[in-house]
Design a protein around this ligand. Structure first.
Ligand SMILES: [Zn+2]
Length: 81
């Protein structure tokens, strides 16, 4: 049961605990962890006080202004989302 904008693998993580997206960083301002799926490239916002949700790259960039550098640092060839 894939969430809109994401694949079944990363969507299922919240149920099965398998297929966890890679952590890109943590936003103190948004009080959330930003993750990205290495299978579909979807960005996830995992808020301290909200349910995990799929976000756009634009939103991920707002929450993590140095998103490009963080992704390059991981060395993962993410697919285009
Ligand atoms: Zn995915």
């Amino acid at each position: 049961m894939a969430r809109p904008g994401a694949c079944e693998i990363c969507s299922a993580f919240w149920v099965t605990g398998l297929g966890r997206a890679e952590t890109l960083g943590v936003s103190d301002e948004f009080m959330a962890e930003i993750r990205r799926c290495r299978h579909c490239g979807a960005y996830w916002e995992v808020g301290a006080f909200s349910h995990p949700k799929v976000i756009t790259r634009a939103q991920a960039t707002r929450e993590l202004p140095d998103l490009d550098r963080l992704e390059q640092g991981l060395g993962i060839a993410f697919p285009l989302s």
